[in-house]
Each structure stands twice: as structure tokens, then as C-alpha cells.
Design a protein. Structure first.
Length: 385
């Protein structure tokens, strides 16, 4: 049982270290927020508590109620994309909470050069800048803008973190950084035969070879290639179905492409789901053809559930915990289809060893949480430069 659970208290101890996380929003659709909440649920909240400052407020479901139930605070900034508006408002918030934050953790690196001076003028906090990606954007224009904002970023941080070594090198180069694992609750994703049978029955997948993917519909996730690969694979395995979990602005485009390719009746566009851990159980192979990824945590989750993973060579190698194959991004669909065909029968070993392999690879949040807690406490003692 974690601290404060026994009495249902929503108040953190007065002497607990409060870490202020700066992130765009609290939406449950955010992978970054999912990782942070995994840590917050498992951290010793008598010692460290998370507060969140956000500057974008979507209308969908958020983590706010859970954050507050764990003793954290949600500080809303202006619903604005204007960095100067955000900076002015953050300065006001820090003055109102003077002396309360000794560590500030920025999860949108392009903001660092603008917010670092404000944070240091309004306290003595250590500022962490976190790299969550190996790309700047799926759009060339936004990528160039973000690259400019992130130049010399080490000057605007007191500590640097990354979700993988590749993500750290991408943003920080030769400057030192710490890899903070995108850790998961292993028990949630471990293989369960009963769940597999019930989910496959629910979606009419009995007897089918199910190719799965979890991710928002955006350019960097590369659904165009995924659909072409699946069309090729159908010729090898006529029973196959493609299960797509996620949503996004480009969903309608990909629904149209699936229909044009004559595979629309074989593709399930499930949308956003709070049942991802159950859906992995129904899959036979997980495919991740991304143009870039900070880590590709969904691949770690899939392997934990015993599902072999086939991903592009642009995904960091740290994703591999047990059964993960890499295919060159520019390989034609038939090469991908052959690789999927070669691994799809390798699930028995994964189902037996997936959870343990995940733990041994360092992705169990129950173990990883101690490291991040020590890091925060050490930074709180040193203060910002």
C-alpha cells in the first residue's frame, strides 16, 4: 500500500518535495502523462509529490481528479500557444508559490530557453529538460521551428533526462543526460489466457491472425506504410485482421486509404481506448513502423503481454525486451510482411517470459521509481545554477 492510501487523504505531507511538471495538457491521451502518472502512483508520496502546470486544456478526459486524489495540484496556465503569454503567466504562478518548488521538470524542450530564466528569477529550483523523442515534428516547418528553439538547449537546463539513449543524443548531443525509463505496471500487461479469449470473442477475432498497432493517427506513426504492409500480409494469411487502437486528426484519411486498398473490411479502427492492456492480449504480432520514436513504449507493453514486435529501424533498440525485430524503414511492404510472417508463431515463449523479461530490462515501475525519486531529491539539494 502506498503512502496516504490507508486513510484516503488527499493532502501531501508539508515536508514532501514538490516537483513541478510543465507539460502541455493533462489529457489521458498523452503518452508522456501516462508515464508520469505511472511514477506518481508508485512513488513514496511522503517524500515526493507531483504538481502539474499546463497551458493547453482539451475537452477530453484528463488525469486531474486522480492527480488531486494523490495529493498533487493542477495549475492551469492560459489556454494559449503564445510562448510569451505562457511565460508571463508562469512567472505569476511561481511568485504565488514562492519557495515551494525546488525542482521543475519541463517536458516540452522547445519551451526551455523561454522558461528557464523565468524559473530562476522566481526561485532557486533545479530545472530538468526532458527529451521524449528522436524527432522534432512530423511537419517540416514545425520541425525546423522546434530545432531552432532547441539549439544549445543545455544552456537552459540544470539537468537533462531522456526516455532512451537515442532521444538523449538527439536533443543533447554529447552533453550529459540521464535515461529515465518509461516504466510500466508489469502486472497490468502480463499475458492472461482468459482475457485473450474474451477480447477476441468480443471483436469477432476467433481464428484470425491479429496484427495490432497502438498510436495516434499522425504522420510520424506512418499508418500509410502500415496499411500497405497489412495488404501484402493478407495475401499470405487470408484470416488476418488489423486492429488499430488510437485516434487523431488523420484517422479519416487512413480509413479512406484502407477502403481504397480493398482491406477496409479487415481493419478495425477502434479509436482511443482505456483498455489497451487487454487489447494487447488479442494480438498475434504488434507492428510499429514509425518514422521516429523517443522510445516506442507501446512495443515494451506488447512484449510484456507476450506479443512479438516488428518495428522500423528508426525505433530505439532499447525497446527490445524479449522478441523484437527491426526492419529498415524504406523496405518495401513485402519485406515487412515476410518478417511478420516469420515471427507470428513465436508467441508461446513470449507469453511465458514476457513479464519477467520486462522486469529484467528495467521497465517495471515498482523498481524504476526509486531511481527517479533519488534524482529529484539530489537536485533539490543542489538548487539551480
Amino acid at each position: 500500500m502506498l503512502p496516504n492510501e490507508a486513510d484516503g487523504s488527499h493532502e501531501a505531507p508539508a515536508n514532501a518535495l514538490r516537483v513541478l511538471h510543465i507539460h502541455s495538457s493533462l489529457t489521458v491521451r498523452s503518452g508522456v502523462m501516462g508515464v508520469l502518472m505511472n511514477y506518481f502512483r508508485h512513488i513514496d508520496r511522503t517524500r515526493v509529490v507531483f504538481d502539474f502546470y499546463t497551458y493547453y486544456h482539451p475537452s477530453d478526459r484528463t488525469y486531474q481528479a486522480e492527480i488531486e486524489s494523490l495529493g498533487g495540484r493542477c495549475l492551469e496556465g492560459p489556454d494559449s500557444k503564445n510562448i510569451f503569454t505562457i511565460r508571463r503567466h508562469l512567472a505569476t504562478v511561481l511568485k504565488e508559490h514562492e519557495g515551494e518548488y525546488r525542482v521543475v521538470h519541463i517536458h516540452d524542450p522547445m519551451l526551455a530557453r523561454f522558461l528557464w530564466p523565468v524559473i530562476h528569477r522566481n526561485g532557486n529550483a533545479s530545472v530538468i529538460v526532458h527529451s521524449h523523442s528522436t524527432g522534432y515534428s512530423g511537419s517540416r516547418i514545425r520541425a525546423f521551428r522546434n530545432w531552432l528553439a532547441c539549439r544549445n538547449i543545455s544552456r537552459y537546463s540544470d539537468a537533462r533526462m531522456a526516455c532512451s539513449n537515442d532521444a538523449g543524443v538527439h536533443l543533447f548531443g554529447d552533453d550529459g543526460f540521464t535515461v529515465m525509463r518509461n516504466a510500466i505496471e508489469v502486472e497490468r500487461f502480463a499475458f492472461d489466457e482468459g482475457t485473450r479469449k474474451s477480447v477476441r470473442a468480443e471483436f469477432g477475432l476467433e481464428g484470425a491472425c491479429v496484427i495490432g498497432h497502438v498510436g495516434r493517427f499522425s504522420e510520424e506513426k506512418n499508418h500509410t506504410l502500415l496499411l500497405s504492409v497489412f495488404k501484402e500480409f493478407v495475401q499470405r494469411e487470408p484470416t488476418s485482421r488489423l486492429l488499430l487502437v488510437g485516434d487523431g486528426q488523420l484517422r479519416e484519411r487512413y480509413e479512406a486509404i484502407a477502403s481504397e486498398q480493398g482491406i477496409g473490411d479487415r481493419v478495425i479502427f477502434l479509436g482511443h481506448s482505456g483498455r489497451v492492456s487487454e487489447l494487447y492480449q488479442a494480438m498475434d504480432v504488434f507492428v510499429l513502423p514509425s518514422r521516429f520514436e523517443g522510445l516506442g513504449l507501446v512495443g515494451v507493453e506488447a512484449q510484456c503481454a507476450g506479443v512479438p514486435v516488428v518495428c522500423s529501424d528508426r525505433v530505439p533498440r532499447e525497446i527490445e525486451t524479449l522478441n523484437c525485430s527491426f526492419v529498415a524503414l524504406d523496405s518495401p511492404p513485402d519485406v515487412w510482411a515476410r518478417k511478420i510472417d516469420s515471427v507470428r508463431l513465436q508467441t508461446d515463449r513470449g507469453r511465458e517470459l514476457g513479464a519477467e523479461a520486462t522486469r529484467l530490462s528495467g521497465y517495471d515501475v515498482s523498481d524504476a521509481v526509486d531511481e527517479i525519486m533519488r534524482c529529484y531529491e539530489e537536485l533539490a539539494l543542489t538548487g539551480g545554477r
